[in-house]
Design a protein around this ligand. Structure first.
Ligand code: SF4
Length: 338
C-alpha cells in the first residue's frame, strides 16, 4: 500500500457522498464469479451495487481481483456465473445487441496515460478517433470536444501535438477528455493518480470530483493510495483473494474496520491526524494463490484473530449495519486503535 501523503489541495467528499447512495443503482453485480481455465477463480461470488452519481472505492493488495472486476464491468472479461447489469440490462445482452453502444457507456481511465496514447497520432487524432469509430454526429461531437478541452484546461493547440510534446499532467487530462467525449455513464478509474507528483495528483482528483458534481458522473476508483480513497469516495469495497470481504461507507470503514484484513490494510496508512494514528498490523506471509485458495475463510492463513472454525467454515458476506457488509465470523475483533 502506498504511504504517500494526501496530495496538496486534494478534494474533499461532497455531502452527497458520505456513504448513502442517493439514486437508484446504475451498476449491479450479483454473485459474480470469474473462473479462468476451469480452475483459477479470479472472482468469487462478488456482489456490488453502484448508484448513479456515486464514487465507490475499490482497495486490496495486488492479486485480490480488482483488475478482473474492472474488466468484467467494461465487458472485457465475461462473468462465468452471476449477473452484471448496467442501467437495468445485463452487460452480456448489451454487448450482444450493440458492443459499440455499450462501450460508449462505460469508459476506463488507465494508469499510464502517456503509454495509452499512440506516439504516432496527434492528440487531435486520438481524441477524434472514438468519434469516428462510434459514428457520432460530427458537428455535435466537435462542439463537445471543444467544451471538454476548455473545461479540462487544455489549450486548443494541444490537438496538433504528439504525446511526447505534452506534459504528464496534460496526458492525464487528454485521457479524461478521451473518456468524456463519449459521454459515458460510468468511468472506471484504475490507479488514476499513480506515478503523478502530488500537485498533479491533487489537480486530477479535483477535476474528477468537479466533473462528477457537474455532470452527475459515476466512478469506480481503484487505488493503492488509501488517502485518495478516503478523501474522494463515499463508499469503499475491500477485496481479498477474489472476494469482497467488506463494503462500507468510507468514513466508517476508516474509523472502525469490521474485517481483520481491512484493519490490517488500513493500518498501513499514515493518519494525517495524530489523534487517529493506528497501530501497524503486520500480516504474515504473502497473499495465497487463487488456484488453490485456503479452505474455510480465505484469509485464515494470515488472520491474526483466526479461530478453529475459520479453517473449515467459509463466512458469507453479512450485513453488520446500514450499507455495511462483512465476510467474517468475528467482525470488529481486530482493533485498529491502540
Ligand atoms: Fe479472521 Fe476468521 Fe474472520 Fe476469517 S472469519 S477474517 S479467519 S476471524
Amino acid at each position: 500500500m502506498s504511504t504517500a501523503q494526501p496530495p496538496k489541495g486534494a478534494p474533499q467528499r461532497s455531502a452527497q457522498h458520505e456513504g448513502t447512495p442517493v439514486s437508484p443503482a446504475l451498476v449491479e453485480l450479483e454473485g459474480v464469479s470469474v473462473v479462468f481455465s476451469g480452475k483459477v477463480r479470479a472472482l468469487d461470488d462478488v456482489t456490488l451495487s453502484i448508484a448513479q452519481g456515486e464514487i465507490v472505492g475499490l482497495v486490496g493488495e495486488s492479486g485480490s481481483g480488482k483488475t478482473t472486476l474492472c474488466r468484467v464491468l467494461v465487458g472485457l472479461t465475461p462473468a462465468t456465473t452471476g449477473t452484471v447489469t448496467l442501467g437495468g440490462e445485463t452487460v452480456g445482452a448489451q454487448l450482444a445487441k450493440s458492443p459499440l453502444a455499450f462501450r460508449r457507456r462505460v469508459q476506463m481511465l488507465l494508469q499510464d496515460a502517456v503509454a495509452s496514447l499512440s506516439p504516432r497520432m496527434t492528440i487531435g487524432k486520438t481524441l477524434r478517433e472514438p468519434i469516428t469509430i462510434h459514428d457520432l454526429p460530427r458537428a455535435e461531437a466537435e462542439a463537445r470536444l471543444k467544451t471538454i478541452l476548455q473545461r479540462l484546461g487544455l489549450p486548443a493547440d494541444v490537438l496538433a501535438k504528439f504525446p511526447h510534446q505534452i506534459s504528464g499532467g496534460q496526458a492525464r487530462r487528454v485521457g479524461v477528455a478521451r473518456a468524456l467525449v463519449m459521454q459515458p455513464q460510468i468511468i472506471i478509474a484504475d490507479e488514476p493518480t499513480a506515478g503523478l507528483d502530488v500537485s498533479v495528483q491533487g489537480e486530477l482528483l479535483n477535476l474528477l470530483l468537479e466533473l462528477q458534481q457537474e455532470l452527475g458522473l459515476t466512478y469506480l476508483l481503484v487505488s493503492h493510495n488509501l488517502n485518495v480513497i478516503r478523501r474522494v469516495t463515499g463508499r469503499t469495497a475491500v477485496m481479498y483473494l477474489g472476494q469482497i470481504v467488506e463494503e462500507a461507507p468510507t468514513r466508517e470503514l476508516f474509523d472502525k474496520p469490521a474485517h481483520p484484513y481491512s484493519a490490517a490494510l488500513l493500518s498501513t496508512n499514515p493518519a494525517i491526524d495524530p489523534a487517529h494514528r493506528a497501530r501497524r498490523i503486520v500480516l504474515q506471509g504473502e497473499i495465497p494463490s487463487v488456484v488453490n485458495p485456503p479452505s474455510g475463510c480465505r484469509f485464515h492463513t494470515r488472520c491474526p484473530v483466526a479461530q478453529p472454525r475459520c479453517k473449515t467454515d467459509a463466512p458469507a458476506l453479512t450485513e453488520v449495519g446500514p450499507l455495511r457488509s462483512v465476510r467474517c465470523h468475528f467482525p470488529f475483533s481486530l482493533e485498529l486503535r491502540r
